[in-house]
Design a protein around this ligand. Sequence first.
Ligand code: GDP
Length: 536
Amino acid sequence: MSDIATTAESTARSSLAAEVSRRRTFAIISHPDAGKTTLTEKLLLFGGAINLAGQVKAKGERRNTRSDWMKIERERGISVVTSVMTFEFEGLVFNLLDTPGHEDFSEDTYRTLTAVDSAVMVIDAAKGIEARTRKLFEVCRLRDIPIITFINKMDRESRDVFELLDEIEKTLALDTTPMTWPVGRGREFLGTYDVVNGGVRLLEGGGAKTGAAQQIEIAELAKLNANLDVSAVKDELELVTAASKPFELEAFREGHLTPVYFGSALRNFGVGDLLQGLGKFAPEPRAQESDQRKVEATDPRMSAFVFKIQANMDPNHRDRIAFARLCSGKLSRGMKAKLVRTGKSMPLSSPQFFFAQDRSVADEAYAGDVVGIPNHGTLRIGDTLTDGEDFNFVGVPSFAPEIVRRVRLTDAMKAKKLKEALQQMSEEGVVQVFRPRDGAPALVGVVGALQLDVLKARLDAEYSLPVEFEVSEFQLARWVSSDDRKKLDTFIAANTSSIADDVDGDPVYLARNEFYLGYTRERAEGIEFTNVKDVK
Ligand code: GDP
């Protein structure tokens, strides 16, 4: 009997390991306009997840079915929603976590990066490394997330290619290994040379998708384009082959080296190479740190953490969706999970997969996958779900707000309702709410100004609460803590009028400006002021 049990167990283990090893969970980081949306569409086309390019940023009807506050997104032409797209390609399951492209909502973006194992960095060939790419790259580096580079828009005039690679190396302190190399530039761009296997893949005529590079002799390129200086191309390819650093998987996995692909997302060129590179080099679901132990992805016991909450994605489903990244084991529909924060059990009756933008009910998901869990406010950002064990994943951050405002209610009778609404909004991560200990009205803090517009629109639409925001005497908020409980209590007692509680009841010091903050900090011995908090 026990033999049978052991055999069944080991079969389950190996099928779990097989499922986990075919997952690739990644995000695309880029500066707005570099081509992230276009590339996303083309990647999804490869996986057959959508059959009509253009759906990712679809305008018209699909958009109109979204709820009211999404109007803000529409009007400003930016993407507020972090969506998850799953597709299969060559036997692998890719989970692409989309990050909002706008400067605002960076908090959401950062949290999304806690849920991926690798990232694709898209660079506009005419522009090189831009501000936002750099910022996002820094977040990836902090988390040791390996990066694959896609230099896009090669069909247009670009900057010198050697110079682009040099810029990556210097500004990001990241070695580069070109896996492909552009042949011809701008209007004369003919395709890419496969640096690893040799051969040229042509932009026009076959091979552009997944086919192997066509073995075209360099000399023959002249026949295709009379303007091409074939001997210069030859020299350049020799130089690239001789001078490039060889690709080293370990250096890549440790975040020291990036393989570089060239292409044109718009022309669907080079995207297949990129996807194959992702499949081959990008890591399988990684182990995740918790406050008890490191949790391996192949650990048979289910565990997950919530990194994003989305409300009202679809008016037909008036609920909240918590996006949870599975860290270990397998999640089956109907199973009960333990919400570690409360110790309560919750049934996962209809976890959802996200195939492009259609929600579909999933029967099972494995470590590395992201599932949407509908709930009515039970789940919060940073929550850990397990199959019964008691541990919390660490490392889902909350950032100190850059803008602090007081919420003014036009109808004072609705104060209680506002309190509830703000609580919900802060649990969803829309804004942070700080309740001053001296009983003054609540303050809201945001990282980007757009969050305030979203909050106002949602309070109005969902709670019939018209509000205004007022500049408060406080501009900055920092979490305060100390190893010495007494010291913290003394500090709090001496500064009550500047102390507030965040959504978890953790103390926050509110400062009028940087000067006050610096002044207080210098005098508060043994107190730590932080602008990032680990959400638990
Ligand atoms: P995002 O803001 O990063 O999502 O960028 P989009 O994908 O929306 O692209 C921004 C603009 O660049 C759009 O007008 C695209 O059509 C264009 N674009 C994207 N990829 C390419 C490309 O490979 N070549 C050219 N010529 N244009 C591109």
